[in-house]
Ligand binder design. Structure first.
Ligand SMILES: [Zn+2]
Length: 287
């Protein structure tokens, strides 16, 4: 590691070695097919190392990698960076706390991105703390300026985003955090697929339980990640009184409808409690 203006960066050697390692793991896990996916690591205030275009991430050598500045201008390397590097550059531009970005097409998460279903349910504590909710950026034509524009609103508030009909993008304080978020995202999507569409049953964490997790997240210094959808009523996680849930159809329309139902349930609960208090307070004299 080297320190520049008080900020720690990987050296060129460390960054190149890490990109090869993460690329191989990404390929081995089936997150990318053929030449899909890309990885970048910032190594200075205006420099990064990135994967090249047209190469399998499972079979890269150090001489294939490209060093560019934060506008994408090539500083070192014989190959061109991927056209998808524009997304990485935009994340660095929007959020200076990010030092690495990973992009892949993991099949389950990508299926949710194609279905237009956000990954925003409070079902796994680890996902709430380290990953947060994952919004879907609207579809954009690959390689165009529309793609970085579509992800820009989420770079500071979230840790990952699904790209509609395309794949997933994650970022972090280093390349390991970015890649672990990619792994967690695919795992989370897989569990959502099993519980929502195969088992068709899940106990969501309650809003109180989610608040406690968000507190832990803040104590860990993670400010981003959003608030997942949670159950207003405590559910019995032993499973005996579990509520069957319909498959997670949380498209925008379904999310709006669900939020409306949650509001109604909350209002109902408040009315019942207030009625109880009134009866306890004013009903005493009559007894
Ligand atoms: Zn892609």
């Amino acid at each position: 590691m080297i320190k520049i203006n008080g900020i720690q960066y990987m050296t060129d050697f460390e960054a190149k070695r890490a990109i090869l390692e993460i690329g191989k793991r990404m390929y081995d896990k089936g997150f990318v097919a053929a030449n899909d996916g890309n990885i970048s690591i910032r190594v200075g205030p205006n420099a990064l190392w990135a994967t090249p275009t047209g190469v399998s991430k499972g079979f890269m050598t150090q001489d294939m990698l490209v060093k560019t500045d934060l506008s994408g201008k090539i500083l070192i390397g014989n190959r061109k960076p991927s056209s998808e590097l524009k997304m990485h550059l935009r994340v660095y531009e929007e959020n200076p706390d990010v030092f690495a970005v990973t992009h892949a097409h993991p099949p389950v998460a990508t299926s949710f991105a194609i279905a237009g279903i956000n990954l925003d349910r409070a079902i796994l504590p680890e996902a709430v703390v380290n990953l947060g909710t994952i919004p879907i950026a609207p579809y954009a034509t690959p390689g165009t300026q529309e793609v970085p524009d579509s992800i820009a609103p989420y770079c500071k508030t979230h840790n990952a985003v699904l790209l509609a009909n395309h794949g997933a993008l994650t970022w972090g304080k280093d390349v390991f955090e970015a890649f672990y978020r990619l792994e967690s995202l695919e795992y989370y999507a897989t569990v959502m697929m099993y519980t929502g569409n195969i088992i068709r049953k899940a106990n969501e964490l309650s809003c109180n339980q989610v608040s406690a997790l968000v507190q832990i997240r803040q104590n860990l210094g993670i400010q981003s990640g959003g608030m997942p959808h949670c159950a207003i009523q405590e559910t019995n996680l032993s499973g005996f009184t579990s509520q069957p849930i319909e498959s997670y159809g949380n498209t925008k329309e379904a999310t709006d409808e669900r939020e409306e139902k949650n509001k109604e349930a909350l209002i109902q609960e408040i009315v019942e409690r207030v009625t109880q208090i009134i009866l306890q307070t004013y009903g005493k004299g009559e007894k």
